[in-house]
Design a protein around this ligand. Structure first.
Ligand SMILES: [Cu+2]
Length: 340
């Protein structure tokens, strides 16, 4: 295992290289993570060592080893993902999913986290928004084909983003290295007993492929939703334009529905809205102390989360959208199908 500072000179050098920057006036590139010359010039290309690489998704490993202690193992890997009908994206992922698999822990847990970097060419890292720790020590880069283990506590409840924090961070997030960690409140939510259905919905953006200039200057090509299975049998999808339209989330008339939501960005905010209903309760960032009532739309900053709860009173299809309709038009619509 070898650790490198998360934000250091080496990171900045790599940033310039991976971004295809022409203003790469820095000195020697870091050995071992230097892409072939032919591949650093143009943006929007598959990074040389990733060409033809498709690493099959590897399930999240999670094991409770004590009443308040969990071991979690994840991979950084390169996996092809269909983001729009017929349009594949060679995503930089956690565990072969983008967003990555959902992690659910309890308030007060100690997390022993291992990151296995299967990427043959690029360092990756893990930044959990759910923990208190020293980023330079515990969100450090893991070099290609190496692994690293880190320990930190999850002391606040909520619906938190996680992401790769390796420079250039926007490239790692925009290429797919993001996801959600839910820290369940130790005393639950006041409304727990009323909930009939619960799902996780994540919003993310896709841009021109691996194009740093597009990541920082352009509009996303697709803004999408995904869901991750909270229990056996639940849907588990990648961030794409079609899955949650073709396979709607399900509820029955009269159900109180809870959605854990997060906007993993990297750049846009989400104006989260469920057509045909008003949210009874909203817990901003998923913390039971942050209650809002009667909300039509809940704003999610980049990385922001919430728990939203509403009651469906009639049968029908309820679109779930970001009310920034240019983004909904680019994919960010999911359907909740309510039946008798
Ligand atoms: Cu990364």
């Amino acid at each position: 295992m070898k650790k490198f500072a998360a934000v250091g000179l080496s990171g900045l050098l790599v940033a310039g290289i991976l971004a295809g920057c022409t203003s790469n006036s820095a000195s020697e590139p870091v050995e071992k993570i230097t892409p072939p010359e032919s591949k650093v010039e143009s943006a929007s290309e598959v990074f040389g060592p990733h060409e033809g690489l498709h690493q099959e998704p590897i399930p999240l490993k999670m094991e409770r080893v004590g009443e308040n202690e969990v071991n979690i193992e994840m991979t950084a890997q390169i996996t092809d993902i269909e983001i729009d009908k017929g349009k594949m994206y060679k995503a930089w992922t956690f565990n072969g999913e983008a967003p990555g698999p959902v992690i659910v822990v309890n308030e007060g847990d100690i997390i022993n986290f291992k990151l296995v970097n299967m990427d043959p060419a690029i360092p990756h890292s893990m930044d959990f928004h759910a923990v208190h720790t020293s980023p330079s020590k515990n969100f450090a880069d893991i070099m290609p084909n190496e692994d690293g283990t880190f320990t930190y506590p999850a002391t606040k409840p909520g619906v938190f983003m996680y992401h790769c924090g390796t420079d250039p961070i926007v490239s790692h997030i925009a290429n797919g290295m993001h996801g959600v960690i839910i820290v369940k409140p130790k005393d639950g939510y006041p409304t727990d007993a009323e909930i009939d259905q619960e799902y996780l919905l994540i919003q993310n953006e896709w841009y021109a492929y691996n194009d740093y200039d597009a990541f920082i200057n352009d509009e996303p090509e697709h803004v999408v939703f995904s869901t991750k299975a909270l229990k056996e049998g639940d849907l588990n999808t990648n961030g794409d334009t079609f899955s949650l339209k073709e396979k709607p989330l399900q509820a029955k008339v009269g159900d109180k529905v809870r959605l854990y939501i997060n906007n993993v960005g990297p750049n846009e905010v989400s104006s989260f809205h469920v057509v045909g209903t008003i949210m009874d309760d909203v817990y901003v960032d998923g913390n039971p102390a942050n209650v809002l009532k009667g909300m039509q739309t809940i704003m999610l900053p980049a990385s922001g989360g919430a728990v939203v709860e509403f009651t469906v009173t009639e049968a029908g299809n309820y679109p779930i959208v970001t009310h920034q309709f240019k983004h909904a038009s680019k994919g960010a619509i999911a359907i909740l199908e309510v039946t008798e």
